[in-house]
Design a protein around this ligand. Structure first.
Ligand SMILES: O=C(O)CCC(=O)C(=O)O
Length: 260
């Protein structure tokens, strides 16, 4: 499903994801927000190596520990539209994998995968992962726009994309947002152009599961301390009721008050 910020709501996005597995929202970020996020990410990419395996992409650069390195996605991560979608689909959640992904010229298409497959959960299970992709360049088929298998979030266990799956290429202008469920088969596209393609994923997971990145170690405490409380919660300073995640018997937020 494809919509615009002005025409949508968390409820509509959650319904669209239930139906197709993904929703593209155009004009989610202002051109100024895109320009400043892009400039800051490009600064970081200068010192970021290419991937170490085919999944990361040998011609792709990934900025991990995003919230340790840039402030340009703080407000996006806690944007009311984003949190509204997550409230509907996951209930209680935290950030899992926030990553800048720059697919370089010559990169091959990434293997199709489901983000939630890192968790060995029995099927069927409730939604545990929601991802969002924030393109900072226009995404098109030639430069490596994300490839999706629409409806594949409804496939039962054991079914995988065949050799010639029905693919939707998530072509979208910079400043869009794409929400997709953790059980939707998808992957980065091949980049056959001369220019890199930059996007940021903010992946969220139910807060009773371990996030992919350990933010408590990745984001220095001095940095975390200065962040909005909601973002601190999303970075692991949270409790899944009644007490999963406590520190020395207390809310993990208290750890931010102590020494480094
Ligand atoms: O960069 C993209 O378009 C998607 C990347 C992706 O799905 C991943 O690395 O898990």
């Amino acid at each position: 499903m494809r919509t615009t910020l002005a025409a949508t709501s968390p409820e509509k996005i959650a319904l669209g994801m239930q139906r197709d597995g993904y929703v593209i929202v155009e004009h989610a970020l202002t051109p100024d927000a895109v320009a400043s996020a892009r400039a800051d990410l490009l600064r970081l990419l200068d010192e970021t190596p290419t991937g170490r395996n085919a999944f990361e992409g040998y011609s792709t650069r990934r900025v991990y520990a995003l919230f340790a390195k840039t402030r340009t996605f703080d407000s996006v991560a806690i944007d009311p539209l984003v949190l509204g979608v997550l409230d509907h689909v996951l209930g209680q959640y935290q950030l899992s994998a926030p990553v800048g992904i720059q697919i370089g010229p010559g990169e091959k298409a990434q293997v199709l995968h489901r983000d939630e497959s890192v968790y060995p959960l029995p099927e069927p299970h409730p939604n545990v992962v929601v991802n969002s992709m924030w393109p900072l360049d226009d995404f098109n088929e030639a430069n490596g726009a994300t490839r999706l298998v629409p409806g594949s979030h409804l496939w039962g266990p054991g079914r995988r994309p065949d050799d010639d799956p029905e693919i939707v290429v998530a072509e979208m202008p910079a400043g869009s947002a794409m929400f997709y469920l953790g059980n939707l088969w998808h992957g980065g596209g091949a980049n056959v152009t001369e220019k890199p393609r930059l996007g940021v994923i903010l992946e969220y997971v139910a807060s009773w599961l371990r996030p992919q990145e350990n933010h408590l170690l990745a984001v220095p405490r001095a940095v975390a301390r200065a962040l909005p409380e909601r973002l601190q919660e999303l970075l692991g300073y949270n409790i899944y009721p009644p007490f999963v995640g406590y520190v020395d018997g207390r809310h993990p937020r208290t750890a931010l008050l102590g020494p480094e």
